[in-house]
Ligand binder design. Sequence first.
Ligand code: GDP
Length: 448
Amino acid sequence: MTATETPTIFAPATAPGRAGVAVLRLSGPLAFSVLASLTDDKRFSPRVLSFARFYDPTTGELIDSGLAVSFPAPASFTGEDVVEIHIHGSAAVISKLVSVLAARPGVRWAEPGEFTRRAFDNGKLDLTEAEALADLLAAETEAQRRQALHQMDGALARRFESLRTRAIDVLAFIEAVIDFPEDDLPTETQAQSVKKIKTLCADLSELVESARSGCRIRHGLSVAVVGAPNVGKSSLVNRLAGWDVAIVSPTAGTTRDRVSVDLVLQGLPVTVTDTAGLRDAAEDIEAEGIRRAERAVAMADVRLAVFSAETWPAETDPTWRWVDSETLVVVNKSDLMDETMSSLAIASPILVSAETGEGIDALLQALTDRASALVAQQAGPSAPITRERHRILAVTALTALNRALEQQEQDLQAEDVRLAIRELGRITGRIDVEDVLGRIFSEFCIGK
Ligand code: GDP
């Protein structure tokens, strides 16, 4: 596309609503001339925020006064000429300026994610960095912020790029052997390429493994609360929601009918779900509903098995089938506990009372420890995989490399390595994948 064909786009970069300041951003070949026409040809030094009055160029009417800054291409977010206009954050000011901009030929509203898409098209960031930017904008906890920032800095891109470069080296090596077989001993060179592929496989599997921790941080960890009716599961979930240290998501209220609550434990997002609630809700669609509830329990990162002190140790309670060495066993209603209850030693339960709040701190601590351990378990020293998209492509590349190890024919081995290189290239966007691009950039809001 030539410069004259590329439309200049604009959108508010700040959220809608009344605010002290709103920022409007323009990107494209007309960005500077539009700014000049709004400001009576005032000159702006690049990357310096300057005071300006903004006028409607057709009527000469003053729209607002504020600040403006220009970023000449290619040293800008999008890689194009970019202008930021800082005005007062009122609906009337924004709407007046927007209508003036929209009236300009060659200038139009940006689509969701279009600024970032242009940055990608101009090589300013790769796909994993663009995804990380979306994650950073959506981050609600410390762990999410840290992970997204690290990935946005190119940490994951570098891991994939280094693997891809190494795979390209291996391919060049195999192809050289195919082209000049007489230059070396076939068995020796075969052994060398096998060795190189094996180390690549080991490093790639480590990266694939990191997806567990990366995706857990991105989506949050799931905690399933299981237990017989009336042991106090929903009281416990409600108690967790109201606890001081447990900052809850805006959707979490304090009503009795809630089935899940979002907590932030030491920066980690954690969703605690009372699965009995799922079962109750699913009464009409019995079989499927129960299957889903059971799957939710089986898939949960952490299981919390709740018993009542009144019936503890409840040997025949079917809840025991969910208890393994990883399950947190909780005995609720400690306020009703019989002093002679000696069987607490079984399964070393955490003793709580949803009624009085006793033991809730210890339960939260145990949950925090378990969540941190789960995330730390898989986390390597560098950036983990954070999306299913990366994981699927990485697994396909790994499968191809493992297949290459089995191949007797070097032609076939080369073909498998080539396939792995292509899949690795798709992760960072080096290989064109239009359908994926559309999906990734539509995640953004307008203005990013
Ligand atoms: P669920 O069916 O497991 O979700 O149980 P609920 O949370 O609905 O609680 C069942 C009953 O036990 C309710 O009457 C609660 O008030 C009561 N209950 C829950 N936790 C406690 C507790 O720690 N102590 C006492 N004494 N009663 C409790």
